[in-house]
Design a protein around this ligand. Sequence first.
Ligand SMILES: Nc1ncnc2c1ncn2[C@@H]1O[C@H](COP(=O)(O)OP(=O)(O)O)[C@@H](O)[C@H]1O
Ligand SMILES: [Mg+2]
Length: 340
Amino acid sequence: MARSIESPAIEARELVKTYPGGRGKPRIHALDSVSFAAEPGSIFGLLGPNGAGKSTSVKILSTLSRPDSGGAIIAGIDVLKHPDRVRKTIGFVAQKAVTDPMDTGRENLVLAGRLQGMRGSDAKARATQLLERFSLADSGDRLVKTYSGGMARKLDVAIGLMHHPQVLFLDEPTTGLDPEARAEMWAELESMAKTEQMTVLLTTHYLEEADRLASQLAIVDHGRIVVTGSPDELKNGLRGDAVFVELAPETDLDAALRALSRVSALSEVLVDGRTLRGRADVGAVALPQVLGALDDANLGVASATVARPSLDDVYLKYTGHAFSVAGPSTSSWTTKENAS
Ligand SMILES: Nc1ncnc2c1ncn2[C@@H]1O[C@H](COP(=O)(O)OP(=O)(O)O)[C@@H](O)[C@H]1O
Ligand SMILES: [Mg+2]
């Protein structure tokens, strides 16, 4: 049931998509009845690890691919019945760049606008506006091959915006960028969302990115939506705190896990390298007990902290496994069966 009276800007209805699995192999179930709806004017985040089905969803919603079953509505238009009308309404920024490295940034923008049917003078004016908006004004007349990764990615986003789309699809806009360029892109996308009147569907495998940019989130895992809500709703829906203990070098990990298994206030203990993470109803109550148990066992502690639930915890709760993908902003927690 829709929460707002306005009809959603993006609606995916029970999308199913399979791909051939290769010779003798079963078909790959990329999407297994994916449904979600994004309110007009919002940034909707599709968060999930590699292979979850994010790009497949975006390709279907943007008319580049057809589902096996199910449907989608973009700005009131049926994607399967009227793909041409949908294409005029949307901007699409693919996971891989589409710019011509041997043209300037400005030339790439104007060409994209012309392909979308804009008049030359309109395309030029819009290109200038977008180069300024994305802090590319000084480099607009340089060849794209001289751009940094972050600049090239900003140009990709600007291209998607040329024809004033009502709905913009951004497939992993910051994957492959270094942390500095990623932070700059986040700031650009935040200000873009304020100035352009549109709905954005952003896919990402960065928890922090979803947390910071999305007003509504759907967490996708193995082709299924496991939970939706705002980042705050999802985090506040989890009871308790995370307790982190970093063991001193050379401390016996298994002995530490045995010691922590005796702390009744701590549950769901996970291990990542030398750091142990557990959950507690009240972190501040559990922490002294945790430190006491480790001290009793003569085990050294380098640091100990308590944190409110993160999207990492949300993901763990709803998928039953940790958000373990490569990337600087994510961790790879594993469960130690003997600890809990
Ligand atoms: N063209 C394709 N042929 C076969 N399998 C594909 C194809 N595209 C995607 N897949 C598979 O579908 C699943 C979902 O892929 P994708 O939507 O690209 O995930 P994500 O974008 O979340 O990383 C993965 O298992 C992937 O390997
Ligand atoms: Mg993808």
